[in-house]
Design a binder for this molecule. Sequence first.
Ligand SMILES: *Cc1c(COP(=O)(O)O)cnc(C)c1O
Length: 369
Amino acid sequence: MSCDYISLAAPGVQHLNPYLPGKPAEELEREMGLTGIVKLASNENPLGPSPKALAAMQQNMTGLALYPDSGGYRLKKAIAEHYALAMEQVTLGNGSNDVLELLARAFLTADDEVIYSEYAFVVYPLVTQAVGAKAVVTAANAWGHDLNAMREAISDKTKMIFIANPNNPTGTWLSETELSAFLDAVPEHVLVVLDEAYTEYVRQEGFPNGLELLTRFPNLIVTRTFSKAFGLAGLRVGFAVSNPQIANILSRVRQPFNVSSLALCAAEAALSDWEYLEKTIATNTAGMAYFEQALSELGIEFIPSVGNFITIDLGRDAMPVYQAMLAQGVIVRPLANYGMPNHLRISIGTASENEKCLDVLASVVENLE
Ligand SMILES: *Cc1c(COP(=O)(O)O)cnc(C)c1O
């Protein structure tokens, strides 16, 4: 090849490091010939999809020869009713990752600055860099967002701010008081993207519901997903809620059929399956308590988390621990790409998955010492 095709790519894309997913169980099975693998690496719902979502998909299979409803009327209507919103506020995405990218593509240029925190969800740097905007990364405070630092980082060029509440991969959270005070201080022309991927899990007093802040803050965009508590990560469906003008702009850049017909009907059904959601939250609350107790007994430090995952601090390079756990059939998530080389993130699973993970972690840590 006489041409360097890498150098032909858009400047932001040339230096982009692609997203590092959790290792798929099937891959580990192939590589090591293991069975009964426990994957607690991608914050998926350990209960599988909601039975109502499964039934809805089965019913809609015969329609697969047709394109999906591009406007997503039924799902948007269900979301609007469920959360007391107007349909015009809702933008559907192929996962919430899709709407995060739509926001970047629709609003950011190379002249704009984007603020996000150290240790925040890795998709924010990815979408910022891909469109060539300038990232302004603020230092974290106790692994969480430092809203004072973020406010001070706002300049004439700031166009967008990303906040995850709770944050992934740290599980830290911002209170209603902190978040409202921050939003009060942000100029109206600066867009604040509030990523609430894990909001359904949070039981803390004083935890904000971003959707309730939308009427006060027209520059706020809240993103939600069906991938976590609703158990549909494999289908790829999420949404943004914003003022109708922002939704209008997003609809101009999205692919006409960005959400599949099965995803549309499954998400609609999952939304009404409160029994499944309750079970999901109870499983997570019990699993989280189990991990906190067991980790304390083992003397392993962790960052207190309100999500469906817990991030542990091994006080040493975590990669050998990750590898040794893999060899015993347990997949967790290394966080070196987040600048957290001593940490591992563990998703909360079923009781038996949690026990296996803890047993393996305990034996690995013991053998290292
Ligand atoms: C998992 C996750 C998402 C959801 O991604 P989808 O594309 O909806 O599957 C969004 N934000 C954060 C912080 C996440 O951890």
